[in-house]
Design a protein around this ligand. Structure first.
Ligand code: ADP
Length: 466
């Protein structure tokens, strides 16, 4: 890049020099020509004034020329018809050819004065001819001087021009290097920093540069790497959560499998003779199987909710009949735990997934029954609040301490593992509830007093403008 810029820079420099030289050459050349013509015209007037045309003009002219300090000056006296009457360059006037066809003469005849710049075969030089009609008679006086225009000076100024071009070249090299440095250095820095960016160190360090365009590049790169960094962090976090989830899930499944295997082994080896114990083992095996089934159901549910792969079918859900259905299905365990179920439900219809809403309420009411005491109650209130549907599940159970409040929504977290397991809990219920609430952009709030009971308040913005 540096070399390419240097070549361009130098090319532009040469072009600028060439253009300015051409313009100077043209204007200075013209100016010099005008000056020379004007000087020569003045000289012609003096000559005209000094000459006595009544005498021998040739002789007069030679005398006059002899007194001139510039011997390269050629003076001629020419008649209106082009006949040469006198000339300082020759003594053989009669042999001189007629000059009527010379440009300067033609112009002088036509306009009183004329000039021409041409190569003289006689003198073998480029000459400038200026002719004017005499004030005194039918003559023209013509002056000629060797004239090569600005080329005469070019030889003298050429070495200086070379020196000038050399200096300009050196300055342009220095300036180009400096200029390219201000661009290439930051670019090199940016690419070096970019090279350091990797999976473990996604941060891109950069400085502020002189040119805004470079800052745009570095800022955009920084922004991009920040985003990649955040993305990597998110992926890492999700990876960790998933790993944890799988290891917990396997662990949770391993326990019932081990006990099922134990009971089955004992039964198969024929050690258990007692029919009642056999029956008891069978019941335990079935219970463990049920637990595994609910565990697998919950694991599948949560993984589908998390990967958002679940095909959610939305329909118009009437809350009151749905609540009836839920209560009906939970009635047996409520009776078993001696817990009364109460309900208050406004006639609300929402557009949602029936399965998700059912799962949400069932989990909360189920917990209200499980973590309650005999004679206690669980009350469900479903009301409308602006654009929200509020589901309130209140129990008179054991309550949840302040420290446990956030943790109970974590997967597989249980305050009392033994009690939860005994009651067929998987530790995933509230986690599923939280996912469903988030799916509808809702909120879940827990108000609880240990020993007195808990209230789970779910607010779902599912009602729209009224
Ligand atoms: P589990 O299958 O164990 O019930 P959850 O995710 O539904 O799993 O609940 C997590 C833990 O939160 C439970 O083990 C229990 O300790 C506590 N918990 C949930 N609901 C209540 C409640 N209504 N009252 C008291 N504790 C509760």
């Amino acid at each position: 890049m540096r070399r390419a810029l240097l070549f361009r820079f130098f090319g532009v420099l040469l072009l600028a020099l060439a253009i300015s030289s051409a313009i100077s050459y043209y204007f200075i050349g013209n100016h010099m020509l005008d000056n020379n013509i004007s000087n020569m015209q003045n000289t012609i007037h003096v000559v005209d004034y000094s000459l006595d045309y009544g005498e021998d003009i040739q002789e007069e002219l030679i005398k006059l020329h002899a007194s001139s300090p510039d011997q390269s000056l050629r003076i001629s006296v020419i008649g209106i018809d082009g006949t040469v009457y006198a000339d300082t360059e020759t003594t053989q006037i009669q042999q001189m050819e007629n000059h009527a066809d010379r440009q300067e003469i033609k112009d002088a005849i036509a306009h009183g004065q004329g000039y021409a710049n041409r190569y003289s075969d006689t003198l073998q030089k480029n000459m400038l001819y200026v002719a004017c009609v005499s004030q005194k008679g039918d003559y023209m006086i013509r002056l000629a001087i060797p004239y090569a225009g600005i080329l005469d000076y070019l030889v003298a100024i050429f070495p200086m021009m070379l020196v000038g071009i050399g200096i300009a070249f050196i300055i342009s090299v220095i300036l180009t290097f400096r200029f390219t440095d201000t661009i290439t250095k930051p670019l090199r820095e940016i690419s070096t920093e970019l090279g350091k960016v990797n999976y473990n160190e996604p941060n891109f360090h950069h400085r502020h540069y002189q040119y805004e365009e470079l800052n745009i590049i570095s800022n955009t790169t920084a922004h991009l790497t920040d985003e990649i960094g955040a993305h990597i962090q998110q992926i890492e976090f999700e990876k960790r959560v998933r790993q944890e989830f799988f290891s917990n899930a396997s662990h949770e499944l391993k326990t019932p499998i081990t006990s099922v295997r134990g009971y089955a082994e004992l039964l198969s080896q024929g050690f258990v003779q007692d029919e009642k114990t056999k029956q008891d083992f069978m019941i335990r095996i079935l219970k463990e199987m049920d637990h595994m089934t609910s565990l697998i159901d919950d694991i599948l549910m949560i993984s589908r909710l998390e990967t958002k792969e679940a095909e959610v079918t939305l329909s118009m859900v009437r809350m009151s009949p749905l609540l009836d259905e839920i209560f009906e299905s939970l009635e047996p365990i409520a009776t078993a735990y001696q817990v009364t179920l109460c309900r208050e439900c406004e006639p609300i219809i929402i557009e949602a997934s029936m399965q998700q809403i059912q799962e949400l309420i069932t989990n909360l009411v189920n917990n209200g029954i499980k973590y309650n005491h005999a004679g206690g109650s669980v009350t469900v209130r479903i009301i409308r609040q602006m654009q929200n549907m509020v589901i309130e599940v209140q129990d008179t159970g054991m309550g949840i301490s302040e420290e446990e409040k956030d943790r109970i929504f974590e997967r597989f977290y249980r305050v009392d593992k033994g009690r939860s397991k005994k009651m067929g809990g998987t530790g995933l219920g509230l986690s599923i509830v939280k996912h469903i609430v988030e799916y509808y952009n809702g909120t879940i709030e827990l108000i609880s007093t240990p020993g007195e009971g808990s209230i789970f308040l779910v607010t779902l913005p599912v009602l729209g403008e009224k």
